[in-house]
Design a protein around this ligand. Structure first.
Ligand code: ADP
Ligand code: MG
Length: 274
């Protein structure tokens, strides 16, 4: 298969939307799978205590499994915590276990509580470069809240990818998300930018889906990827087999649309790097 171009430097995406069930995890898993299957080196950071991203990428994450909690609370090197995805070459995962649920509260009393993931990640990325093994893409899957875990992701990242579900109330809460990102920009991470919007669970047959898509494009303009992800049973089935939709059914419309969305993201890299 054709390979995607490597970006000039590592691109770090925060996949965020404080609404649950909009496709953050599905998008993280499948964009990461697509990028890696097209020859890129990808790190996925699971920042949701549910660990659904870890599950879908076939990474053990039962209670007590060392992962992102140890990285941000204890300061353990990522090098000791990341695990290769057994099914996709070039893809590694920093897993989340349920222990991470406590981190939101424990972080409050720690020094540099907003930038602990950033420190851990930057040190690791630097080590990878020095070892001649640069990572091309980092995708951070956020929990459905704007708490300290999401803040840590936004301090560590450069680009925000917002999945928007083409359903009723899709735009509800987006204003709050955008304002939060502005706050992070002005106080904690001036480099953070919303670069990518992905429409998910799109149903071309309904006026509702087209209506939401139109509204989102009017607001976010060319940040919205041309590819919308269709509502697809294959996409929702794949995680129960601990698979991405690309490894589960690579010929399905869901797999092809995630591949195409990933391709669009890699093409934007020349535009974004500055
Ligand atoms: P979030 O991480 O934002 O909470 P998820 O990615 O877990 O959202 O998706 C919520 C649910 O919707 C999951 O059960 C997932 O399998 C399903 N889902 C996500 N995207 C699609 C899609 N394009 N088609 C069908 N089901 C989907
Ligand atoms: Mg999720």
């Amino acid at each position: 298969a054709q390979r995607f171009d490597r970006p000039e430097q590592t691109r770090v995406f925060v996949v965020a939307n404080q609404k649950g069930g909009v496709g953050k995890t599905t998008t993280t898993v499948n964009i990461a799978a697509a990028l890696a299957m097209r020859g890129l080196r990808v790190l996925v950071i699971d920042l949701d205590p549910q660990g659904n991203t870890s599950t879908a990428l076939n990474i053990p994450h039962q209670e007590g499994t060392p992962g992102v909690y140890e990285a941000i609370v204890d300061g353990t090197d990522l090098d000791e915590l990341v695990r290769p995805c057994p099914d996709i070459e070039g893809l590694t995962v920093l897993p989340a276990s349920i222990d991470l649920a406590g981190a939101e509260i424990e972080l409050v009393s720690l020094v540099a509580r907003e930038s602990r993931l950033d420190r851990a990640l930057q040190a690791y990325l630097k080590d990878c470069v020095e070892a001649g093994d640069r990572i091309d893409y980092v995708l951070i899957d956020c929990p459905p809240s704007l708490g300290l875990l999401t803040v840590n992701a936004m301090v560590a990242g450069r680009e925000v990818l917002i999945p928007i579900q083409c359903e009723y109330y899709a735009l509800e809460g987006l204003g709050q998300l955008v304002r939060n990102i502005e706050l992070i920009r002005s106080h904690l991470n001036p480099k953070l930018e919303i670069t990518t919007i992905l429409l998910t669970m799109f149903d071309a047959r309904t006026r509702l889906s087209s209506g939401v898509a139109e509204e989102v494009r009017a607001y976010f303009a060319d940040k919205v990827l041309k590819t919308a992800i269709p509502r697809s049973v294959r996409i929702s089935e794949a995680p129960s087999y601990q698979q991405s939709v690309l490894t589960y059914d690579g010929a399905s419309s869901g797999a092809l649309s995630y591949l195409e969305a990933a391709r669009e993201i890699t093409i934007a890299s020349s535009k974004e790097s500055s």
